[in-house]
Design a binder for this molecule. Structure first.
Ligand code: PBG
Ligand code: ZN
Length: 335
């Protein structure tokens, strides 16, 4: 005898019975066009070097950058964001504002290697400053906002002249988008879009990146060991919306939420509120955690990674910056 006489009429499982049915009703798709691959370029290396905390991710040499880009482009990835690993650092990060500096060289080389791809210039100073902060320091030891945005406009022009297709300021300085937009407009680059890291949180998920890019904080006694005076407090969602709105007012063409997984609520709200082209940064720590769990045999890297990337799309991302871009493209291409 049945213990209940309730027979469900609504049965969600009807549409889950076979791959064909599941494929028919799937709401969210991931494609290689959604993927943006970050690449590290070290000016001192003669051979590409795997990053210990990010298995499968390399510091490229200036020479190996070309092949690295071409191989990914061949898989269907069409946008790339470049990070310099500088060995010419000073208090202001002047190397990145110079013709012939690492930033200039790596952007030109990238553009030559894959002229049809979108080359995104990460626009910030922490990879080029000796203290590791995202701009020159004021007397009080904190980053000097207005000197930084003055410099960041110069850095953006170096990238634009080198052929960058998109300028992506990541320093969280007030007015950085406006300063860059004005400088680009004044110099004949009014067609170059700005992808603003609008809500970038002061996150410990960036740990492996700082290692990879050689921009760890803490080597100087008197200098802050975190970025909490400019990156956002992880507790604040309303402020993330105001940061994003301000970037849009200053001329941002695309906005970003960073990190990704722990900030899906922000991503959803940003997309829902502004309907802008919106990007999520699946940061270094998110990658490293998955790789570490995989190495222990606790999680399967590939399937967990694909589920994670899909979650960004479902939450509203138009694209994802991810160190897993090559792996994801390989999987998508097999389908
Ligand atoms: C530098 C920058 C950082 C990342 C991208 N650009 C590090 C930071 O702000 O400390 C983090 C990327 C990652 O963790 O994958 N402005
Ligand atoms: Zn920075």
């Amino acid at each position: 005898m049945a213990t209940t006489d309730f027979i469900p009429s609504t049965r969600f499982r009807r549409l889950r019975q076979s791959p064909a049915l599941r494929n028919m009703v799937r709401e969210t798709q991931l494609s290689t066009h959604d993927l943006i691959l970050p690449i590290f370029v070290d000016e001192n290396l003669s051979e590409r070097q795997e990053i210990a905390s990010m298995p499968g991710v390399f510091r490229e040499t200036e020479q190996s950058l070309s092949q690295c880009l071409q191989q990914s482009a061949h898989k269907g990835i069409q946008s790339f964001i470049l990070f310099g690993v500088s060995h010419h650092k000073d208090g202001a990060g002047q190397d990145s504002m110079k013709k012939g500096g690492l930033l200039d060289r790596m952007i030109s080389r990238a553009k030559d290697a894959v002229p049809d791809s979108a080359i995104i210039a990460d626009t910030c100073f922490c990879e080029y400053t000796d203290h590791g902060h995202c701009g020159p320091l004021a007397e009080n030891g904190d980053v000097d906002n207005d000197r930084t945005i003055e410099n960041i406009a110069k850095q953006a022009l170096i990238s634009a002249e080198a052929g960058a297709d998109i300028i992506a300021p990541s320093g969280m300085m007030d007015g950085q988008v406006g300063a860059i937009r004005a400088a680009l407009n004044r110099s004949g680059f009014e067609q170059i879009p700005v992808m603003a890291y609008s809500s970038k949180f002061a996150s410990t998920y960036y740990g492996p990146f700082r290692d990879a890019a050689g921009c760890a904080l803490g080597q100087y006694e008197h200098v802050a060991k975190d970025r909490k005076t400019y990156q956002m407090d992880p507790a604040n969602a309303e402020e993330a919306l105001r940061e994003t709105e301000q970037d849009i007012l200053e001329g941002a063409d695309m906005v970003m939420v960073k990190p990704g997984l722990a900030y899906l609520d922000i991503l959803y709200r940003v997309k829902d509120t502004f309907q802008m082209p919106t990007f999520a940064y699946n940061v270094s720590g998110e990658y490293s955690m998955l790789k570490a769990a995989h190495a222990q045999g606790w999680l399967d890297y590939e399937t967990t990674m694909m589920e994670t990337l899909l979650s960004f799309k479902r939450a509203g991302a138009d694209g994802i910056l991810t160190y897993s871009a090559n792996d994801a493209a390989n999987i998508l291409n097999q389908k």
